[in-house]
Structure formats: structure tokens, C-alpha cells
Ligand binder design. Structure first.
Ligand SMILES: [Zn+2]
Length: 157
């Protein structure tokens, strides 16, 4: 079965500063007036670790019963706060997804339409698009769910 793990949560923030203070350029307010970005400025704002309470630090798993949901919520909160600022144009929450097989732990990969039809890449004539390639157990599971004839292994008639 495909397991999806979400990690590296971040808030992508596009800013359009108008005055020096928008960039933290303070102390020049009486002699400088505007700033003009020469290209869009996008930065990644990273959430504080769930387990970091400042005065005490523990693993995210100890601090949260649903780490993914809590990081998503924290990033949404950051995005909501930042959107209130006049020089913030756009925010979006993103993360990195990795897919692994619950049976063997390897990266989850599946056959494409072409690979399923190609005898050099498919398992047998019953292979279809979406069939996992990591291990026989995953193939068995996939085929059982869909009523596809099981993979015949070497020495089995
Ligand atoms: Zn597997």
C-alpha cells in the first residue's frame, strides 16, 4: 500500500515592498522614500518546530498526535497573519511529499500505461497502469484489490 509522508512544511510568501521599512531598512525614513523590486521576491517562511516550546524542546511526535495536520495548521496560521501585511502579495502553504511502500519500505513507483503494455518492463500480460514495482507483496495486494490474476512466480504452475 502506498504511504504518503509530508515533510518540510513551508509558507511561500511573495512580497512587494513599497517603502524601505517594508524590508526592515529602518533609520533612513527621513531621506529615503520608496523601494522598487526589480523582480518578484518570494521567500519560504518555515514554521517553528512543533516540539520547540522555547523553554523546552521535545520531538514533534511527543508534542503532537497528528504532526502533519499540526504543521499544516501552523503554516495556515502563518499565512493568514502575513496576508494582513500591506506588502505581502501572495502566500501559499506547501510541503514535500514522499511516497513509500508499506510492505517493503522502498520508494513507491508504479507502471505507466506504456510500461504495463511493454513486455520488457511489465510483470506479465495482466500488468496494468498503476501496478507497483517495488515488491511482489505490493503487486499481490494491488491485484487482489482489483481482481486481477495473481503474479505467477518462478516454479509455480
Ligand atoms: Zn513494496
Amino acid at each position: 500500500m502506498k504511504l504518503t509522508h509530508r515533510d518540510e512544511w513551508r509558507v511561500m510568501v511573495t512580497i512587494k515592498p513599497r517603502i524601505p521599512a517594508d524590508l526592515g531598512f529602518i533609520g533612513v525614513a527621513s531621506i529615503a522614500e520608496f523601494v522598487a523590486p526589480t523582480a518578484p521576491i518570494t521567500v519560504a517562511v518555515l514554521p517553528r518546530r512543533l516540539g520547540n516550546f522555547g523553554f523546552i524542546s521535545m520531538s514533534d511526535r511527543m508534542a503532537s498526535s497528528d504532526v502533519e495536520a499540526d504543521y499544516r495548521a501552523r503554516c495556515e496560521e502563518i499565512a493568514t497573519e502575513l496576508r494582513r501585511l500591506p506588502h505581502v502579495e501572495e502566500t501559499s502553504v506547501s510541503c514535500t511529499e514522499t511516497h513509500t511502500c508499506s510492505l517493503c519500505g522502498l520508494r513507491w513507483e508504479v507502471l505507466t500505461v506504456d510500461e504495463a503494455a511493454d513486455d520488457s518492463t511489465n510483470q506479465d500480460e495482466h500488468s496494468v497502469e498503476g501496478e507497483p514495482v517495488c515488491c511482489c507483496e505490493a503487486i499481490d495486494e494491488f491485484r487482489t484489490e482489483r481482481g486481477i490474476p495473481a503474479l505467477q512466480r518462478d516454479g509455480v504452475a
